[in-house]
Design a protein around this ligand. Sequence first.
Ligand code: PNS
Length: 162
Amino acid sequence: MNKSVICPGSFDPVTLGHLDIITRASKMFDRVYVAALVNATKKHCFTPEERMTFMREALQGLDNVEVVSFDGLLAEYCRKHNIDAIVKGLRAVSDFEYEFQMAIANKRLNPQLETIFLTSDADFTYLSSSMVREIGAYGGDISNFVPACVHDRIVQRLRESK
Ligand code: PNS
């Protein structure tokens, strides 16, 4: 069976926690779409193009993974592209309520669409993009939090945006 899934998120910016979830999903499914999207409830720091570029570079070498972006509903995109499921990482109970709400809403919008949660690796349960943005903006060391290949550009942008 040929199963495709999508890992959606703001990825503002990509963290090692995101990479871990996507890498694990790429071993479980035939095709993985990574969607760098707009979250209407958040003000993004990096542009959609930057978020996609960083993600593409960080995921180089994973042949069944494709980075995409679109303006519209995730549930509709999945219907149009025959995507079977959404994959999201769960770091802690605090993530659950928000993710559960989105999973139910997406299923109402597209009843064929499942949401699958992967538990975050213990090394990354504390890690979030907002934490990276704050530490980076104050000149702190974010090298343990973001992929090495995009580290310098993220650092520079965060310093500029302060
Ligand atoms: O990383 P985030 O900010 O938690 O990701 C949230 C995201 C981008 C996955 C969500 O806001 C989303 O799916 N946006 C696309 C528009 C959409 O379908 N909204 C309804 C979600 S129920």
